[in-house]
Structures are given as structure tokens and as C-alpha cells.
Ligand binder design. Structure first.
Ligand SMILES: Cc1ncc(COP(=O)(O)O)c(C=O)c1O
Length: 392
């Protein structure tokens, strides 16, 4: 089944307006297979669960990825524990650290001296040695991207200038072992070559600390941050350039594994938010299409103050006995059903035609879409969740 078929079926049944997240699990499988096949053997491909913890998505990825990156006790409960897991979060609660240790995660990120002390103490209590990755907040040299989590002051990681000190402290402890370094630093980077340079720089930093402190580390974790070009989907992040760049790093790996924790780039294109136009009107000389749903289902465009890419599925049938509102060849703002002017998914975009009863498809809604939205605001019904799976 395709999205269009789902829309036709839903319309035929006449059981309320179309409003759904449609996840294409077949697309997801193919996409992840392509990513995996293009990566050199020294890479391990993890999925950052925060991007979309939908159980069917996690189930699909479980057989494909090398592991899961989890950032809370809740996420830890959602992933299959037989896969490798990396646990990292700012403001970890004691219970979460314990749960991560008990679940046998491969490593826990250390984001501060206090984090280190707590992991050491809890591991001692449990009589275990816990592998850690020291999360570094780099001093500079992080490519410009939508959100900078490193290279600028943030709540994440250990200031690069303090990394030698935290290594020394960890080496004095008996219940943690340094397994490597974690460098997640940005979000939605669209420049492939810059991302390769970032990886090469992280690798050199990790190797220099390894040499200086005689560490026996295995892992350089570069996090996620590979972007989706929502503004111009025709010009996506150039994955081939990135993968080729990684292959060229092979001689410099020195036995280290490179962990990628992809979220957005893994699942974004597998999801679409599909919703029906309820009304079309003009106000202060501007055209508005009001949809069932809105930013409480898909908060990303409001959060990033951008227009989400969309396409229109025209619906010919109109059975109501009164006039059908619509516009032709006009600039339209697509707004949601909430009582706030911020509930806008698209501002002033040209459409050939858009009428009440037509359906708008917002692609690239498989990551940081439903999960980051404020579902309870105004108590409207939730969207349906539909799974397309070409195998069925
Ligand atoms: C530690 C860590 N790893 C991986 C990711 C995934 O990043 P992205 O979805 O940009 O690939 C995030 C996102 O915030 C993160 O905080």
C-alpha cells in the first residue's frame, strides 16, 4: 500500500478527516541497508532512539543496526536488550545509571565530573566495572550546523580543556574503564565534506589522549548530526561523499572502531504526516489553509521557524451541499487547529490549488516530529499511525 491508497481508503470510509503519521518500513529497510553497505568495516552504525522511538520502527531497525543509543530510562526500556546499547544523557538520574548498568549497556557517557563520581560509586556498589565514553565538548572546529552542541558553551559534555583532568580521575578509579570518547557536536549538518573533517579531527584527538595517557580505548563515537535539507530536499546531504571520506580514514584508524549514532538521517524520510484541509479562507489579504492537526502533531517547523516540505493530494469528490472553499495560484499559509498563531507548518508558499477536503502530505516527518510535539494541548484527537510494509 502507498500513502495515496491509504488516503483514498480513509476518504471512502467517511469516518472523519484524514490525519495520520504514515511510516514506510520498506523504505526504512532499504535506506538503512544502503547506509550499512556503504560504510567501511571499522564503522558501527547505531540508531539514536530519541529521533523516533516508535515500536515498529525500533523493531525494523533491530535486525539492521549494530546497536541503539539511548538517552533515558524510558528509552532503555523500549529497545531490545540483546542489541548493544550506549547510554548517554545530561542530568542522569541515579536510577537511570543503575538501570543502564543492570541492562548491561556497552558504555555510559560521562558528561561531567559528578557523572564520573556517580558511575564509579554505583558500579562499586554493584561490584562491576563500567565502561565509559568521555563526552567531549570541543573547544572549536565544529562545522556550522542548525544546533551546535559542542564548540560553543552548552550543557553537554566535558570542556575539552578539562578532558586530561577527567581522564586522570577515571584512571585513579577502580570501577570504571575508559572505553573511548564521544563527540556528538551538532544537529542537521548538510555539508558532507565538513562532516568527514569533523570525524578526522575527533579521531586525532582521541588518539592523542590515548597516547598521552596510555589508554586502551576501542571507540571513537562521533554521534549523529547528519542533516535533512528541509528547505531544499532536492539537494540532500551527500552521503556518498561522506562514506567515501570515511573509507579514506581507514589507514588512520589504528584498530579503533568508529561509532555513528544516526537519528534524523536514519528515519526522517521514512515518515510522512498526512492531514486533511478543513477550511480555506483569507485574512488581511493572506490566504490560510487550516488543517486537521498541526504543530501539536508536527512541532518541527514551528520549533525551527521553517516551512516544512509538503505536497498536495487533491481530492476530487465534494459531497457537501454548500460551496467548497479553496484558492488557485496563490500563496498560502498552512496552519493547524490550535488557538495560537504559532501553529503554522508552512508560511506563504505558492500552490496551484488547495481546497477544503484536499490532503496535505508533509514528508520527512519520521524523525523529531511526533515525539517532540505537545500532544495534549487543546485535547484534540491524536493522529492515526499507519505502517506501510512492502513485504506484506
Ligand atoms: C548524543 C547524541 N547522539 C546522537 C544524536 C542523534 O543526532 P541526529 O538525530 O542529529 O543524527 C543525538 C541528538 O541529539 C545525541 O544527543
Amino acid at each position: 500500500m502507498r500513502i495515496e491508497q491509504y488516503i483514498e481508503n480513509k476518504k471512502r470510509k467517511q469516518d472523519g478527516p484524514v490525519c495520520a503519521y504514515v511510516y514506510d518500513l520498506g523504505q526504512l529497510r532499504k535506506h538503512v541497508e544502503t547506509l550499512k553497505n556503504s560504510l567501511p568495516a571499522f564503522c558501527r552504525l547505531f540508531y539514536a532512539v530519541k529521533a523516533n522511538p516508535d515500536p515498529r520502527i525500533l523493531g525494523t531497525l533491530a535486525t539492521m543496526v549494530d546497536g541503539f543509543e539511548v538517552a533515558s530510562g524510558g528509552e532503555l526500556q523500549k529497545v531490545p536488550h540483546q542489541k548493544p546499547m550506549l547510554f548517554g544523557a545530561p542530568a542522569k538520574k541515579q536510577e537511570e545509571i543503575e538501570e543502564a548498568i543492570d541492562a548491561g549497556v556497552e558504555a555510559i557517557n560521562v558528561e561531567s565530573f559528578h557523572d564520573l563520581n556517580r558511575i564509579e560509586w554505583l558500579s562499586n556498589q554493584k561490584g562491576v566495572i563500567t565502561p565509559i565514553l568521555i563526552r567531549v565538548n570541543l573547544s572549536r572546529d565544529v562545522p556550522e550546523s542548525h544546533h551546535m552542541m559542542s564548540g560553543v558553551p552548552t550543557q553537554f559534555g566535558v570542556d575539552e580543556r578539562e578532558v586530561p583532568l577527567i581522564i586522570q580521575k577515571a584512571l585513579e578509579m577502580n570501577h570504571v574503564s575508559i572505553d573511548g570518547f564521544h563527540f556528538h557536536a551538532m544537529s542537521n549538518n548538510l555539508k558532507a565534506q565538513a562532516h568527514v573533517q569533523f570525524v578526522a579531527m575527533c579521531l586525532e584527538k582521541a588518539k592523542s589522549w590515548r597516547t598521552r595517557f596510555g589508554l586502551s580505548i576501542r571507540t571513537v563515537d562521533i554521534g549523529g548530526g547528519i542533516g535533512i535539507n528541509y528547505w531544499n530536499p532536492e539537494e540532500p546531504f551527500d552521503w556518498d561523499t561522506f562514506a567515501t571520506g570515511l573509507h579514506k580514514l581507514e589507514p588512520r584508524m589504528d584498530g579503533l572502531a568508529l561509532v555513528l549514532e544516526l537519528g534524523r538521517f536514519m528515519t526522517s524520510a521514512a515518515g510522512s504526516y498526512v492531514t486533511e484541509v478543513i477550511d480555506v479562507k483569507a485574512n488581511h489579504d493572506q490566504h490560510f489553509a487550516l488543517i486537521r492537526g498541526g504543530s501539536h502533531h508536527l512541532r518541527l517547523p514551528a520549533a525551527w521557524k521553517m516551512n516544512h516540505p509538503f505536497r498536495i493530494h487533491p481530492v476530487k469528490e465534494w459531497e457537501a451541499p454548500y460551496e467548497r472553499p479553496g484558492v488557485k495560484e496563490a500563496e498560502v499559509t498552512i496552519a493547524g487547529e490550535l488557538c495560537t498563531p504559532n501553529d503554522v507548518l508552512v508560511r506563504s508558499e505558492h500552490v496551484e490549488e488547495l481546497r477544503a477536503g484536499d490532503v496535505v502530505i508533509f514528508d520527512y516527518a519520521g524523525a523529531y516530529a511526533w515525539t517532540i510535539s505537545h500532544h495534549e494541548f487543546l485535547s484534540h484527537p491524536k493522529p492515526e499511525f499507519i505502517y506501510l510494509d512492502e513485504k506484506k
